[in-house]
Structures are given as C-alpha cells and as structure tokens.
Write a protein that binds this ligand. Sequence first.
Ligand SMILES: [Zn+2]
Length: 126
Amino acid sequence: MTRLEFTRKTKAAIIARAAGKCEACEAVLKLGEGDVDHILPCALGGEPTVANGRLICRVCHAEKTANDIRSIRKADRSRDKATGAIAPKQKIKSAGFPVSEKSAARQTKIPLPPRALFKPADERNV
Ligand SMILES: [Zn+2]
C-alpha cells in the first residue's frame, strides 16, 4: 500500500483552519512550524482529507507517531493471526464438555472373558 500524502490544497486548508495553533495542545506555532498529521493513520485506512488532517506541534506529533506505530503493529499481528500467517503460540486450552452419565457408561470398557474360554470357530460347531 502506498502512503497517501496530503495535497498542497488540503494542507493549506488544514493550516488555515488551525489558525497558528497546535490542534492538539493549543501551543502557538510560528509560520512554517508544526506538521500536518493524519488523525487516522494512512496504514489504518486514513485518507488524506481535510477532515482527517490536523496541524500539530513537533512534540505532539512525536507522541502521536509513537502511539500510531503501536496501533499499526497490533493491527498487523491481528491480521497475521487471522490469516494464519503466524501460528498461535500455544494450543487453545478449554475445560472441555461436561461428561454425562450416559456417555461415561458408554466409554467404560466391558471386561472380556479370559482367553482360555475362547474356542476357534471350527470347534464351536462340534
Ligand atoms: Zn501540540
């Protein structure tokens, strides 16, 4: 997936809306300071629109990027587990189904008579 950057027009609209302030912490920014940031990261399906963009200061942007990276990695792991790209670390453990009396009786083995009582098929008819 290619990263979708904001167009110059979109960036200008976002910067104008911010009116010289960080849109996260309200810090006053000088002309040219601050970064235009994707609110929903591009990697998580965020689009380069005015609604998904905001002007934030460097400090807020560094913090936001760190959180975004964590979210993106988590999404990657979830996707990989769901598609089977990575195997689960351990087998799923469950308590199992409760054993009813009927099925418990079926599972108990009925002891066979001792081997000496068995006769070959040709001897039985005599
Ligand atoms: Zn800020």
